[in-house]
Write a protein that binds this ligand. Sequence first.
Ligand SMILES: Nc1nc2c(ncn2[C@@H]2O[C@H](COP(=O)(O)OP(=O)(O)OP(=O)(O)O)[C@@H](O)[C@H]2O)c(=O)[nH]1
Ligand SMILES: [Mg+2]
Length: 276
Amino acid sequence: MTSSERPTDSLGPVAVIMPTYNERDNLELIVTRVRTAVPEVDILIVDDNSPDGTGEIADKLGASDTRVHVMHRPGKSGLGTAYIAGFGWALDNGYNVMVEMDADGSHDPQDLPKMLTALEDADLVIGSRYVPGGTVVNWPKSREALSRGANVYVRLMLGIGVHDATGGYRAYRAQTLRGIGLAEVDSQGYCFQIDLTLRTVSNGGRVTEVPITFTERARGKSKMSRAVILEALVRVARWGVAKRLGRGRAASKAGTGQAGTGQADTGQADTDKAAK
Ligand SMILES: Nc1nc2c(ncn2[C@@H]2O[C@H](COP(=O)(O)OP(=O)(O)OP(=O)(O)O)[C@@H](O)[C@H]2O)c(=O)[nH]1
Ligand SMILES: [Mg+2]
């Protein structure tokens, strides 16, 4: 790619899918930031009938910008199903790349161009807090410890060599999503991200982690709950046991890499490192 070309020139049309539930104070700002950082991408807002009126703000943004689309669902049905509905829309409408991005401002749109560049040689790019160069801003130590611990647990249980498997800032190729059995996915929250990572790796997909700066939301309330954490713990344990019994989805054939660090590693070697 020459410096005048944008990554999206070779990748084709990109849809940024943004689920929202009660993000009234965040939505307009994040949409504007995306439109400024990467003007050539489209945005799909998937709103679950937010009681705070986020859906009406989304409609207003869509009415004044042909690149902003809105999907309304009748009620809160979880992050996972919102993404699956959004992916389905993007696949049906001819997009080649689907980006996951939170509406709360934690994911910086300025990181998106380098993620899209990395996708030219990958099937899934994860914006990663836990590779060299990645950082978390404004999280209490306890919250970061929980997230880091969850990722060590995932790597030990599943042996997939990804450092930020719970991260929700991602770019998928359309063909990656077509190949991983989206219709069978019923995980929510963090588990949804782990589930799709595992499915991609098991399918032989190349996963690249690009360092990002993740900033805690400044406005609005987190939807994370104990139930979300418990779901991830239980399911990952189940997948890990299934893998050890030879019935799991985790395959050793896929490699993962870290953009910007020049490192590439396999799942098993990485699991060994994490255990030390
Ligand atoms: N449509 C829809 N969006 C949701 C739902 N739950 C969460 N979201 C959105 O998903 C994104 C991530 O949710 P957050 O509450 O920030 O959860 P999180 O990022 O996992 O947790 P924090 O790190 O504490 O912010 C935000 O844009 C939310 O508005 C849901 O049930 N439906
Ligand atoms: Mg958040």
